[in-house]
Design a binder for this molecule. Structure first.
Ligand code: NAP
Length: 429
């Protein structure tokens, strides 16, 4: 049987999952492809480090160029992460004629366009299914099975760490800092959790998904991004009483005229009936709305060694089949349009806002007047007496631009009867 030679950069979480699947399912994969997928070399940083998977030590090297420049290697799997040197290595491999598989969301979000163009010019495959939502197939479905649709919206819970934290906060009524500490102790959150809790990881992923869904390159700096540090246990509790769950959402939407798009990451209140509201713990899900297909939802494990390895091996299989049929380089970059990006201030949604005020007559009316001055109309208001002279008021607005809500809250926060504006969060329908 013919052999397809694979070179791997990185044998960490994803690298070892990939190698394990290639080892354990080797025969079945060979039958499916019609060729054996053989690992030729693996580059790591530290040759002495213990590995989560048993590999022939002779395959390991601490010189990435020994893998990248090996003329026998057909496919390079880049699994080291970060932008550099991964980007430099991948570009060099493309120039050397290799097909590429990667799970690197940061590199794809920041430099994927140029890399795919370079691969396309040389008619080489470039697949990156593992870079978004780990084991969930979403990139290939968008590029292939859903290619007949004009995609209106792609919306997801694409970061497992923040979903775990919000689920725990909701179940235990615990504060963000306490749950984060516990998540770090259990290995669900990194020692430096910034990329997850401040929304950067989700930002990379929605930039990638929106670029594909809307055929237009989305730059990460154009994705308005807000994390979950400011979400308080009380917001989660009040939201639940009102019939909502709070989730960190990554959203890409295309305007009806198809000329503009909005791409954003932020916490949001979701009604319990929303398909994403019941996606809990470390699970991820992506909801796609297409003009022909309607709603489709993809659900599963968004990270981890074997789930992400599953996506990487799927890409290795697709590339191998293309090599065998001499058909690599068919699906390159699909960003053939340049759509305008709407600024977050202009994006209209409903909003939730919670505030503390004096518990006196006419307080509600004075706040409602300010909302009216800024054309913010109110869908519902709930007032709860907390102490004798302290009331907590929760408002849910109708759809308004963020700029109107912020303008109103600036004025409301200065009213003598208002003690604090505690939070404002978007509400998705
Ligand atoms: N972890 C997940 O669940 C997950 C999910 C989806 C996507 N991803 C993406 O997959 C990629 C890999 O993530 P990971 O979690 O597997 O990372 P990881 O556990 O930190 O592994 C990185 C591997 O790359 C090696 N490496 C790093 N820099 C290198 C260099 N300059 N030269 C040679 N080898 C180098 C490391 O070698 P040593 O082992 O010797 O240090 C290690 O084996 C990232 O792009 C990440 O965003 C990860």
């Amino acid at each position: 049987m013919r052999q397809i030679k694979i070179g791997i950069l990185g044998l960490g979480v994803v690298g070892s999952g990939t190698v394990r699947i290639l080892q354990e399912n080797a025969d079945e994969i060979a039958q499916r492809v019609g060729a054996r997928l053989v690992i030729k070399k693996i580059a790591v940083r530290d040759l002495g480090k213990p590995r989560a998977v048993t590999v022939d030590r002779a395959l390991l090297t601490d010189n990435p160029l020994a893998v990248i420049d090996d003329p026998e290697i057909d496919i390079l799997a880049e699994l080291i992460g970060g932008v550099e040197p991964a980007h430099e290595y991948v570009l060099r491999a493309i120039h050397g004629g290799k097909n590429i598989v990667t799970a690197n969301k940061e590199m794809m979000a920041k430099a994927g366009h140029d890399l795919m163009e370079a691969a396309g010019e040389r008619r080489r495959d470039f697949f990156f299914e593992g870079s978004v939502a780990g084991g969930i197939p979403i990139i290939a479905p968008l590029k292939e099975a859903l290619a007949g649709n004009r995609v209106r919206e792609v919306m997801g819970i694409v970061n497992g760490t923040t979903n775990y934290i919000l689920t725990k906060m909701s179940a235990e009524g615990a504060a963000f800092e306490d749950v984060l500490r516990e998540a770090q102790e259990h290995g669900y959150a990194e020692a430096d959790p910034t990329s997850d809790v401040d929304g950067w990881d989700a930002q990379y992923k929605i930039a990638i998904l929106s670029s594909i869904a809307f055929n237009s390159q989305v730059k990460v700096e154009d994705v308005a991004t807000q994390g979950i540090r400011h979400i308080q246990a009380r917001d989660i509790e009040v939201a639940r009483e009102l019939g909502y769950r709070i989730k960190l959402l990554a959203v890409g939407q295309q305007e009806d005229d198809g000329r503009a798009m909005q791409v954003r990451v932020h916490p949001a209140l979701l009604p319990l009936s929303h398909p994403l509201a019941s996606v809990d713990d470390v699970f991820n899900a992506v909801l796609v709305r297409g003009d022909a297909v309607g709603e489709v939802m993809f659900y599963g494990r968004g990270a981890g060694s074997l789930p992400t390895g599953s996506a990487v091996v799927g890409d290795l299989v697709a590339t191998s089949r293309n090599i065998l049929s001499d058909a690599t380089g068919r699906i390159g970059c699909t960003c053939f349009e340049a759509k305008r990006m709407l600024p977050p201030e202009a994006v209209e949604t409903k909003f939730y806002t919670r505030m503390h005020t004096a518990d006196r007559p006419k307080v509600l009316a004075s706040i409602a007047n300010v909302f009216g001055d800024f054309d913010v109309s109110i869908e519902s208001v709930v007032q709860k007496a907390v102490t004798d002279d302290d009331a907590e008021i929760v408002w849910v607005t109708h759809k308004v631009p963020q700029s109107s809500l912020r303008g109103a809250l600036d004025v409301i926060g200065r009213l003598p009867v208002v003690r604090s504006v505690n939070n404002w969060i978007r509400v998705e329908e």
